[in-house]
Design a protein around this ligand. Structure first.
Ligand code: HEC
Length: 124
């Protein structure tokens, strides 16, 4: 392969890469931004989208992994208040690391759930 073909290929690779990156940023804007931790974090706006993306496939009423359901406020509040929700997503010792079999969640998402719990784990 000639050198200019290689250069073309790598430029193309970079373009594809930036595309994928932009799409991800559009889907999950909070993950790459600096998080304003002084705002009010809500169940509906912050917590539910994260749980639906990372957790409810294994923790819903038809698939209650570990006896834990995370697809409704009352159950989520219960595990928020007993520390298991945060312990599992922070990968704290003594808890099963979640999401099971996957990478640790983005730091901003963990912070959003943590701040919501600190705010009283309200149904907001
Ligand atoms: C691929 C399936 C799967 C996914 C995705 C998943 N879990 Fe789990 N989870 C399990 C299974 C199975 C158990 C029970 C066995 C164990 O603890 O490892 C469990 C256990 C738990 C426990 C109890 C752990 C403990 O030590 O008390 C919590 C809390 C939990 N999950 C929360 C979550 C949260 C929050 C997410 C999303 C960030 C999540 N899970 C994603 C399968 C999953």
């Amino acid at each position: 392969m000639k050198i200019h073909q290689l250069v073309c290929l790598s430029l193309f690779g970079i373009m594809i890469h930036s595309c994928a990156y932009n799409n991800e940023a559009d889907l999950y804007p909070s993950n790459n931004d600096t998080l304003d931790t002084s705002k009010t974090f809500t169940y509906s706006g912050d917590v539910v989208p994260i749980l639906n993306r990372e957790c409810t496939s294994c923790h819903n009423q038809n698939n209650i992994s570990g006896g834990i359901q995370l697809d409704n406020y009352d159950d989520v509040k219960f595990f928020a208040n007993n520390g298991r929700l945060l312990g599992s997503i922070e990968w704290s010792s003594g808890f099963s690391p979640m999401p099971k079999g996957g990478p640790k969640m983005p730091a901003n998402d963990i912070t959003r759930i943590k701040k919501w719990i600190e705010g009283g784990a309200l149904n907001n």
